[in-house]
Design a protein around this ligand. Sequence first.
Ligand code: ISL
Ligand code: CA
Length: 544
Amino acid sequence: MDKKWWHHLTAYQIYTRSFCDSNGDGIGDFQGIISKLDYLQELGVGAIWISPFNDSPNYDNGYDISDYYAILKDFGTTEDLEELVKECEKRDIIVMMDLVLNHSSNEHPWFLEAAKDRDGKYHDYYIWEEGTEDQPPQGEGAFFGGNVWEWTPQIQEYYYHTFSIQQPDLNWKNEDMRKDLYAMIRYWMEKGIRGFRMDAIDNIVKNGHGGNDQQSEKIHTYLQEMNKYSFGLQDNLLTVGETGGTTLEMAKVYSDPERKELDMVFQFEHVENGNGDYGKWTTEKYDFKEFKNIMIKWQEELAGKAWNSLFLGNHDQPRSVSRFGNDNPAYRDISAKMLATCLHMMQGTPYVYQGEELGMTNVYFDKLEDYRDIESLHYFTELTETGRLTPEYMMKCLMLRSRDNARTPMQWDTSASAGFTTGEPWIKVNPNYRQINAADQLKDPDSVFHYYQKLIRLRKEMDIIVYGEFEALYRDHDQIFAYTRKLGSEKLLTVCNFSAQEAEMELPETFTEGAQCLITNMGRKVFDRKIILNPYEAFVLYKK
Ligand code: ISL
Ligand code: CA
């Protein structure tokens, strides 16, 4: 694998709205981010991916863009963004922008024009089907509500939306539309944006039967074109595609460096494992062995061919410690560190979601009125009103799986609203901020924060973490996730106990003598051949 300037870096995802509010209006903003850059520098991240910051009516918190060139006023101005980029440069951090190219807002001028006039230039920027008011075309259910087709009385046509009614899909078959998007990307590159995360990018090709074709060859053609006319023009950019429907085979194609599409993609197999009849709306826990197999498979299969992205949480997922670890105070810190160890010693680029580095947990709102997320509110109505799930059961699902779990304000300190805002936060703060917050953890050398800091530093310093060959151990064990990495004569062993019970293991021969412990979440000093792992214990051994 050819070496790339970004191979050693760890990225950090910022959900701006919930990160830090500088002016007391209860909404996080760019000046808030700027005020926390020293914190991020101390953590050691090399990139920040910022959730969409373009103008938007915010039905889906910015994932419905009404002006691709303007900055959402809640977040600040273009000057604030320029300042943010500059301040990041000083700290060796690149700014990655979230590009929402599958759809726009229904308030985007293109759509307003398109929905007025069948013969106008912008009509073909979206996807239309004739019909009558009571007879929609054939189509699947939309992600956030109803059918993918929505009636527009004024022109007697239906438009297509993969997500909510307020998010009409752009028509990628239209070359002018594509060129307008590429020009827009170049505009942001000139502003100093050094990377892009492509939202829902494998939805841009439709299957002609009211659904999306996430396996289409055409997606690759468009990505190559986009690469050529925008981010591929510079070689100092970093790109990652959000591909919710990707298979291993597709992922290899997306991120094959030879093909000039994307640097890597986010795959979702590991976070979708355990889904049930109603997708993620279930109270079932994830299946550890399946999870492990999926992670191993992606490590093995992409090796040498394409690059992995590594994540356990983001703004659409519950908090990773609550989901894959154990957020009971007795195990919270230990299991958060264990999860981090498991992920950060793998091959690929780790993405830390804001607050994960503190071990922030699910908020478990038990009142519907506390939820803000369009997806949560929509599915609550849809699944309970049709009698598929009872309201009581659905509330339990929301508590475990709602995207709002990841969207409560960042917990900075023990002051009111966790130091996130001096005003009224747009979504309630998790009351556990008195126990879990950045200020306390910065003072504590054993904190989850300092553990992440160390993992990030190790990746920066050690080639074996970046390039070492991956080999899984204990594949069938139902508590232990263990693997080795090899680079020349160097060897690395990562051992994690994913359970609340002790687990017995034998150290592989090579590591029984002369190995150095790089990191441990329990301060283990002795590494005998036979080891009884404590609940959620993790360690990494290194041998030259
Ligand atoms: O396409 C999928 C599965 O096949 C989905 O998982 C999809 O990738 C995911 O829902 C897309 O999420 C992104 O786009 C949404 C937005 O609400 C999310 O926050 C964003 O991450 C619409 O823009
Ligand atoms: Ca604000």
